[in-house]
Design a protein around this ligand. Sequence first.
Ligand SMILES: [Zn+2]
Ligand SMILES: [Zn+2]
Length: 419
Amino acid sequence: MTAGLEALLPDLRAVYEDLHAHPELSFQERRTAGIVAGRLRDQGWDVTEGVGVTGVVGVLRSGEGPTVLLRADMDGLPVKEETGLPYASHVTAVTEQGETVPVMHACGHDVHVTCLLGATALLAANRQSWRGTVVAVFQPAEEVGGAPAMIEDGFLDRFPRADVCLGQHVAPVPVGFAGTRHGTVMVASDSLHVRLFGSGGHGSAPETTVDPVVMAAAIVMRLQTVVSREVSATQLAVVTVGSLQAGTKENIIPDTAELRINIRSATPAVREKVLTAVKRIIRAEADASGAPREPLVTDLPNFPVTVNDPDATDKVLAAMARVVGPERAFTLPGPLTGSEDFGTFGSALGVPSVFWHFGGLDPAGFAGFRPADLVDQGLPSGVPGNHSPRFAPLAGPALDTGVRLLLGAAAEWLTPPGN
Ligand SMILES: [Zn+2]
Ligand SMILES: [Zn+2]
């Protein structure tokens, strides 16, 4: 199935650099979707556009056989690029809230789109070498949960039902490595927006006010005790307050303060425990401050746990060992604390799914790299990972590996008997 990949790589490289220079925010991926749809049509795929706002779905059949869903996500992030690459993004966009922000493919979704376009080109060109149906899903808005939007747009009824869902993510490990694990591979993510109510006044007379800044500060500090004091040391959980906003001026005590909180957990029990504790602390600290009103807590987009089917994972790991070599294919010792909405497809369809990570960075920054260190110790210091303004995948080799992994994994289901 990989016949012709070498000749295709310069073209994929050009597609990648173009997508990288023109990132689009979640649910605004119109240019990207247009490029994807045009290329799929040229390759001979049946194409449907506008699935879940900007999603694109391609279907290609080659006789009787299993149906495999391959998924790539398309959105960029509101990050100002600092890679200094010749094809770096200088793009800005307007958010849903009307704010103009810089945009960058800081999570590498441009790598995913290009790899899947490479795989679809070769699946079409080498149709005689496989049997079955492939559904290529170019999903919008992974960063805010675009998969549910595609499901709500009738995805399950409009396209052939997959027997397995496969997806991949470029990771801050040396290019040429790839890994995954059985069971939970990415954790759940829950986010909350909290509005705290105080009672403002002059900065010189705090006794006449209820200061929401102090209330917010107390909440931020006490939230750090949830993981350290309420969750067992053997369980995984993260609580981060990523945004705290209040006030306009040093001598005015404001009326309100706002927090944005992100919570990660790997099991339903821990998830419930942490969410309950976070909400309890918010209410109690507001009460302790004498707040005139209960805080308003609203849910922001959340992501389920990403769970890999054991049998399907065995197949993907076998494919991975063939593609990158057994010494570079690894099984993660534990789940990563990132989150994904890829699992939505497998759970909505009720079929197995597998999500894996592959290296995208220059091996020069990783002397003595051992994949297990990633989970034990995190990234080596100074290596810019996903969401960093300096995240810069080594395009050529990363695209080559990503295309081979998609085709290698798909072949585990699509190869006709006797081939
Ligand atoms: Zn991301
Ligand atoms: Zn991502």
